[in-house]
Design a protein around this ligand. Structure first.
Ligand code: ADP
Ligand code: MG
Length: 438
């Protein structure tokens, strides 16, 4: 017979199984178990604290909603680490999100400083120390997984600790928009405005989301102005600089550029090593140097993936009690390290091709017939057809609704050129390597 805790948790898992990718489900949810249900709190057993982190980060709201449904009234959920593995993380350090939407694990202390991020880190720290004074707004940009969210959150956590009288709030641009739409629908726009305009420090993550969304831009603009005029601090992150945010109104671009704009670049090998060592140390798990080296050598451009590899290693070894050796690490990480082909997407191809030829995405997908644009477009189409399972029609859609005859024409053009021109062949090969992350 199942206990009530087991039953409730089983229902939640059934729901998640429907919604989560199979691999994520088997790695992160199968090994968990409902342990007890008391005082309106469900305790769930997990193999180690990385599970808590991962589950909370990815499935927090889904779990919460399902739980309430399954039980019939709101239930709190708490996780408990099975004793099998000695954990050195004190429970207070386990990751919780507070009412400012801050997660305690993102701090300046555990942010490793390197060449690529030291400017952004210094500016963030300055802002956290004297918010609203020096750099306003602070605009951080860089590609995914390089620590933008970490820095925004670190600013929030630092202010919360050192200047507790200040009101800090973290939000992603997407959440901001969802709340705005909700507020409009439910006649709560005044509460919404209040919520965002009465903050001393407002941290808005992933602002690139507001591209092509006019009323969102309008709202952000006014929120920004009212905070700015009152001498409050605004910090923004984006995956590209303000000037490269397409369809962004001029007045917003100039607002964003009016403060300090900092970029974050991918870390060097040494910094990747340092980050991995720090993460291993924080988890309290011993990882042999040769494994750390191996991961740092293979994963180059994204700290989240670096961390993901480590977490995967911890999770799987703790579940199976395998000893960590270079061999077992290579085996465990083979999917992460040598990326399978299906990971190549048209978006990725377009991104790398536009970077490579230094043209804009709009031009790549657009109709212009200049040679400097036509060639990159043909290369991207060729790569999409050759290296993704996408149909001609879908490729056409992704390239400004071209018809399939045009796609075939462009593809053949590149094929012929590759056969006849060694330099061009190498050029395309180099781009392919970038796409594969080699
Ligand atoms: P972004 O928001 O730029 O996509 P994140 O801030 O989410 O990236 O970072 C991805 C992961 O890498 C996070 O878990 C973060 O803690 C970690 N990370 C990024 N940069 C650093 C760093 N310099 N030191 C330690 N951890 C880092
Ligand atoms: Mg982020």
């Amino acid at each position: 017979m199942l206990t009530e805790a087991e039953k409730v948790w089983k229902k939640v898992l059934e729901e998640i199984k429907e919604k989560a990718p199979p691999q994520a489900f088997s790695t992160w949810f199968e090994p968990t178990k409902g342990a007890s249900l008391k005082q309106n709190t469900l305790w769930v057993l997990v193999p180690n604290s990385f599970f808590i982190d991962w589950i909370e980060e990815h499935y927090h709201s889904l779990i919460y909603d399902t739980l309430t449904q399954a039980y019939g009234e709101p239930l709190k959920i708490k996780y408990h680490v099975v004793e099998r593995i000695k954990e050195r993380i004190p429970p207070s350090k386990l990751y919780r999100i507070d009412s400012s939407q801050l997660q305690s694990r993102y701090t300046f202390d555990n942010f490793v400083i390197g060449d690529g991020n030291k400017f952004a880190r210094a500016a963030s720290f300055a802002v956290a120390t004297v918010p609203g004074k020096q750099y306003n707004p602070l605009f951080l940009y860089g590609t995914v997984g390089l620590g933008k969210t970490h820095l925004l959150q670190a600013i929030g956590n630092y202010v919360k600790e050192k200047l507790p009288e200040l009101k800090v709030y973290y939000t992603s641009c997407e959440t901001f928009m969802n709340e705005m739409v909700d507020a409009i629908q439910n006649n709560k726009i005044i509460q919404f405005k209040k919520k965002y305009r009465f903050r001393d420090v407002l941290l808005i993550d992933d602002i690139q989301f507001l591209e092509a969304k006019e009323s969102l831009q309008e709202e952000i603009f006014h929120t920004f102005n009212s905070l700015y005029d009152a001498g409050k601090q605004v910090v923004i992150s984006s995956d590209r600089p303000p000037s490269a945010l397409a369809t962004l109104e001029e007045r917003l671009v100039s607002r964003f550029q009016g403060g300090l704009v900092c970029d974050i670049k991918p870390p060097s090998f040494e910094i990747r090593l340092a980050i991995l060592k720090k993460k291993a140390e924080l988890s309290g798990i011993q990882v042999p140097d040769e494994i750390i080296n191996f991961i740092a050598e293979r994963i180059k451009s994204n700290i989240r993936e670096l961390e993901g590899a480590l977490i995967k290693l911890f999770a799987l070894t703790s579940l199976t009690d395998t000893k960590l050796t270079l061999e077992s690490a290579k085996e465990l990480l083979k999917d992460v390290i040598t990326k399978p082909n299906e990971e190549i997407t048209i978006n990725k191809i377009q991104k790398i091709v536009t970077n490579y030829y230094k043209i804009s995405l709009t031009a790549l997908r657009g109709k212009r017939r200049q040679q400097s644009i036509v060639r990159p477009r043909q290369v991207a189409i060729y790569l999409a057809r050759e290296h993704t399972p996408t149909s001609l029609k879908e490729i056409g859609n992704m390239f400004g609704n071209r018809n399939h005859a045009t796609i075939i024409h462009d593809y053949n053009k590149v094929r012929k050129l590759i056969d006849n021109n060694e330099d061009f062949k190498e050029e395309v090969n180099n781009i392919l390597k970038l796409i594969k992350g080699e």
